[in-house]
Design a protein around this ligand. Structure first.
Ligand code: G6P
Length: 613
């Protein structure tokens, strides 16, 4: 959601900005723009729609200069249009801004500025920022101080990057609350700023990450960091290891397809280094967990949004079964306002691929305020959710670009399995033999994931058969119930087919009324403890003329004899079965979306990283 790139150095800024924005396209946006300092003024190019429109505009009317800012906008205030696209310019033309977030008090600020004689040229909340900076520049404050004073007026959470003609080689960037990241990249005689690392990976691995309440003043030779109140700060540079090649599509048609296929590696990496197969032990040192505290834990609350919340639902069952700790899942946007009852013997675990989802971060803050222990499972190293937590587990997924999450769903499933086993060992809730056996199961998991992926052509055949449906019901029970939710979410996100995930036992309380041949039922029915129950749900659907597509375990002949379509997954212990059963559903959603001509990697209206409420 809203990508930001900024550059100061000696090279032409425009191609660097456009290339950086291209790498942030996955975040979701509906218009884009750049501003480049050219002589004594800013040259602005903006356009609605995809970045290629803007790139066309820039090649038709090139902009030259070595300082600039760029932005992809996801509309919140004002329709997607050229006039609402960022960057926005102050009335004097002296200040330009790009912004990620919502200025919650923009109406009173706009009225105040209008009363001072300012004319607004867009419908955005963002525009108040440049006019406020202009106000303080004209009152005689230097650029940085004017920016600081302007930012102090803003309510809400923001990532802000500003340029001013008063200090042509200086960029001011600030992070206020949790509205996505602000990353500073250090090059040789050039500096970069971006909302996310992928925009910078091609240029540098030396990066510094702003926390909320921090700002930086950046020139081509380096940067100075401070609090928003002006207290100097030491903001260390970190070496980031993500491989830029990993963020390219390679031979795949879409990032989503590439990321689905990367799951052998990401699951392998998730296990590697954390599991001592010889002794049947799990090691999660970044959790900072002592056996004493592990024994004290009375409750675990998993909180997250979207796909990550579905991973949490699988985790809940694993934690209860293996570690005997009562566990629950709370959607972060609800949890943050529910006034939850928490204490120091409760662990709140936030799961977030980006580590920047506004609702998840707010839920974490609520947990902190209430005195709970805070852990996170995150993919993006250095993200806010990683830094806020008392301990963390890093997903080993690598950059995920496709908006619909795939490899960053299966990695936390394995992380939660590891966590449940780790807690079980510390709490003595499993016999040595059982723990060893459960740990040993992990050894062949990456290979089994590979076997699922090798069956893509079977999934494609089913996709061809189902591609014209308008509605679809996904049913699952027990540990595969969240996979019904996740399968349905994948389908609706990228193919725009209405799909609902349901606990199969609930079918008779409503959805059964909808069953007819035009609404297929996807049934998750691997050989797990809920298999018999799924069998009877499928019978009920068939008895009403339903078309059933079942996901079953290799060797099963009973369920396939009842279903119209079947996709097989290899045999694995039921606790790890969701890692396999979700894969055909990811591929099914992908191929149906491709057959329907949808924009798989950047579905309409969706954003990869949702940094507003
Ligand atoms: C957005 C994305 C989803 C993702 C959710 C939570 O809605 O489109 O794919 O599951 O945010 O994101 P997080 O980064 O917190 O895992």
């Amino acid at each position: 959601m809203c990508g930001i790139v900024a550059y100061v150095g000696s090279r032409e800024a425009a191609p660097i900005l456009l290339d950086g924005l291209k790498r942030l396209e996955y975040r979701g946006y509906d218009s884009a723009g750049i501003a480049v300092l050219t002589g004594d003024h800013f040259e602005i190019r903006r356009d609605v729609g995809k970045l290629n429109n803007l790139i066309g505009k820039v090649s038709a009317a090139p902009v030259h200069g070595s300082v600039g800012i760029g932005h992809t906008r996801w509309a919140t205030h004002g329709e997607p249009s050229e006039r609402n696209a960022h960057p926005h310019t102050s009335a004097s033309g002296e200040v330009v801004v790009v912004h990620n977030g919502i200025v919650e008090n923009f109406i009173p600020l706009k009225e105040e500025l209008q009363a001072e004689g300012v004319t607004f040229t867009s419908d955005t909340d963002t525009e108040v920022i440049v006019h406020l900076v202009d106000r303080y520049l004209h009152a005689g404050f230097p650029f940085t101080e004017a920016a600081r004073r302007a930012i102090a007026h803003l309510r809400g959470a923001h990532g802000i990057v500003l340029l001013s003609l008063r200090e042509p080689g200086t960029i001011v960037a600030a992070r206020v609350g949790h509205a996505g990241g602000v990353v500073v990249g250090q090059g040789q005689g050039e500096m970069f700023i971006a909302s996310d690392m992928p925009a910078l990976l091609e240029h540098t691995r030396e990066m510094a990450f702003l926390d909320p309440g921090q700002m930086v003043v950046v020139t081509r030779d380096g940067f100075r960091a401070s609090t928003l109140e002006g207290e100097p700060l030491d903001l260390p540079l970190q070496s980031v290891s993500w491989d830029p090649v990993a963020a390219e599509k390679g031979n795949y048609k879409h990032f989503m397809q590439k990321e689905i296929h990367e799951q052998v590696r990401s699951i392998g990496d998730t296990i590697a280094g954390r599991v001592d197969f010889e002794h049947g032990r799990v090691m999660l040192p970044d959790l900072n967990l002592t056996p004493e505290y592990a024994k004290r834990i009375r409750r675990i609350v998993l909180t997250a949004c979207g796909t990550a919340a579905h991973a949490g639902m699988v985790g809940r069952l694993l934690i209860e079964r293996l570690a005997h700790i009562p566990a629950e899942v709370e959607i972060a946007s609800e949890f943050r306002y529910r006034d939850p009852i928490l204490d120091s013997d409760t662990v709140v675990i936030a799961i977030s691929q980006s580590g920047e989802t506004a609702d998840t971060l707010a839920a974490m803050e609520e947990a902190r305020r209430k005195g709970a222990r805070l852990w996170s499972i995150v993919n993006v190293i250095g993200s806010q959710a990683m830094r806020m937590a008392d301990g963390y587990i890093s997903m080993q997924s690598g950059p995920e670009i496709g908006v619909a999450s795939t490899k960053a769903f299966t990695a936390p499933l394995v992380d939660l399995y590891l966590l449940a086993l780790h807690l079980a060992e510390m709490r003595g809730t499993l016999s040595d033999d059982e723990r060893r056996a459960r740990v040993a199961e992990l050894r062949r998991l990456p290979r089994l994931v590979g076997e699922c992926l090798a069956r893509e052509s079977e999934v494609e055949r089913v996709a061809v058969a189902l591609q014209h449906m308008d509605h679809c019901l996904y049913l699952g029970r027990g540990i595969n119930m969240p996979i019904a939710y996740e399968g349905a979410l994948k389908l609706k996100e990228i193919s725009y087919i209405h799909a609902e995930g349901y606990p199969a036992g609930e079918m008779k309380h409503g959805p059964i009324a909808l069953i007819e041949p035009s609404m297929p039922v996807v049934a998750l029915a691997p050989r797990d403890p809920w298999y018999e129950k799924m069998l009877s749900q499928v019978e009920q659907a068939k008895a009403r003329g339903g078309v059933v597509m079942a996901v079953v375990t290799d060797g099963d002949s009973l369920m396939p004899s009842k279903a119209d379509h079947t996709l097989f997954v290899p045999e694995v212990s039921w606790m790890l079965s969701p890692v396999l059963t979700v894969i055909p559903l990811q591929m099914l959603a992908y191929h149906i979306a491709v057959l329907r001509g949808c924009d798989v990697d950047q579905p309409r209206n969706l954003a990869k990283s949702v940094t507003v409420e």
